[in-house]
Design a binder for this molecule. Structure first.
Ligand SMILES: *Cc1c(COP(=O)(O)O)cnc(C)c1O
Length: 366
């Protein structure tokens, strides 16, 4: 079978990116955040590639943790959203997964556990995100209760999550760090604050564990830089090909609603990629696309299966030629900016129609 739309996962790059995390946080253990199918790159594939180079894994849901255990991974695995039901606690215990504890509802569930096994927990403190976690005034009370529960492994651990760490000038992050340090000072147990932005920009946030997500995939957590600028290597590239090349005259419109009008006569290329593959529907006219390695602009609306690009009147491109939507020489960060989104959503949003290929399985022509 010939591939149409496919994503190449350059697994070697992830080892390099882990090294960059180690350099930035030399005294911390690394929890690799591989939730949401490893940000679209494939849960087990990425876990395997990271196997002996990280200290633990973090996922969002219990089910994701179970998949890792069933595949044989023996690392510590933290479930960042914790649990909401007793059955989930039983699964966490059975599969030796650790849970974030962020709400009174969870404390009530733990209060009634009769299990002999011990659950590793991370108490989530809300230091300013206002999403999950306990407020400063509740910390002492929460810890006192959890201390009396035999199902809870002691000492328990603490974490918090930053709201604005991608803005290097926002003092909110310093305040979150300070509050977390004050609230946890009297407790043993491990502590964790930093996501990728924290690892790279907020050295005070580097504690026992860092939680590296987006930077492992070679993508910058900041809107003013690319992964490459930060010494990272992108893990994913997205590919397809031209399925048609045609002439249009000056003044003709292209695509649904005719949102783009050609100012001159030119050649248009039609690329087999669309929002049905996870290419962003809101990519604006002008978003760069690589056709045979040359940058050309997307023109008109993105449709489900296709986009159109302005190849220029002198182009020699023809149907069947290779196209890169993002990758080594076309940062996904740039495509995100052109689509009014963040690169996280683009890599997470690749749909099952897109074939995933590991780079060791393809010719090195990319
Ligand atoms: C997703 C997530 C991370 C990783 O964030 P990145 O910005 O991808 O590094 C860290 N901690 C928590 C709680 C998360 O939900």
């Amino acid at each position: 079978m010939i591939r149409t739309a496919y994503a190449v996962i350059h697994l070697k790059s992830i080892r390099h990116n882990v090294q960059q995390v180690r350099l930035a946080a030399p005294h911390s253990k690394i929890m690799a955040v591989i939730k949401a199918n490893a940000y679209g790159h494939g849960l087990l594939r990425v876990a395997q590639a990271l196997n002996d180079s990280v200290d633990g894994f973090a996922v969002a849901r219990v089910q994701e943790g179970i998949r890792l255990r069933k595949a044989g991974f023996q690392h510590r695995i933290v479930v960042l959203e914790g649990f909401t039901k007793t059955e989930e606690v039983q699964n966490l215990l059975h599969y030796d997964l650790e849970a974030s504890i962020h709400s009174p509802h969870q404390i009530e569930i733990l209060r009634h556990q009769q299990e002999k096994k011990r659950l590793g927990i991370w108490i989530k403190l809300d230091t300013g995100m206002n999403r999950l976690g306990f407020k400063a005034r509740d910390v002492r009370n929460v810890c006192e209760q959890l201390n009396t529960f035999s199902v809870v492994k002691k000492p328990f651990n603490f974490m918090t999550h930053f709201a604005n760490a991608d803005d290097k000038n926002d003092l909110k992050t310093s305040q979150q760090i300070e509050l977390f340090n004050i609230l946890t000072a009297d407790f043993d147990g491990e502590k964790s604050m930093a996501n990728s932005a924290g690892i790279l920009a907020w050295k005070d946030s580097l504690t026992d564990w860092v939680r590296a997500g987006i930077m492992l995939y070679g993508i910058s957590p900041f809107s003013d830089s690319t992964g490459k600028d930060l010494g990272l290597r992108p893990l994913m590239s997205l590919h397809s090909r031209l399925i048609s090349v045609r002439d249009v005259a000056a003044g003709e419109t292209v695509g649904y609603s005719g949102t783009w009008t050609s100012p001159v006569s030119t050649k248009l290329g039609v690329v087999a990629i669309g929002y049905g593959d996870g290419y962003p529907r809101y990519a604006e006219s002008g978003t760069p696309v690589l056709v045979n390695g040359e940058r050309v602009p997307l023109v008109g609306r993105v449709s489900m299966d296709m986009i159109t690009v302005d190849l220029g009147i002198n182009s020699n491109a023809k149907a069947g030629d290779g196209v890169i939507l993002w990758g080594d020489n076309l940062p996904v960060e740039e495509i995100a900016l052109c689509s009014n989104t963040i690169p996280y959503t683009l890599v997470c949003g690749i749909t099952p129609r897109v074939e995933i290929v590991e780079s060791k399985n393809i010719d090195p022509i990319f």
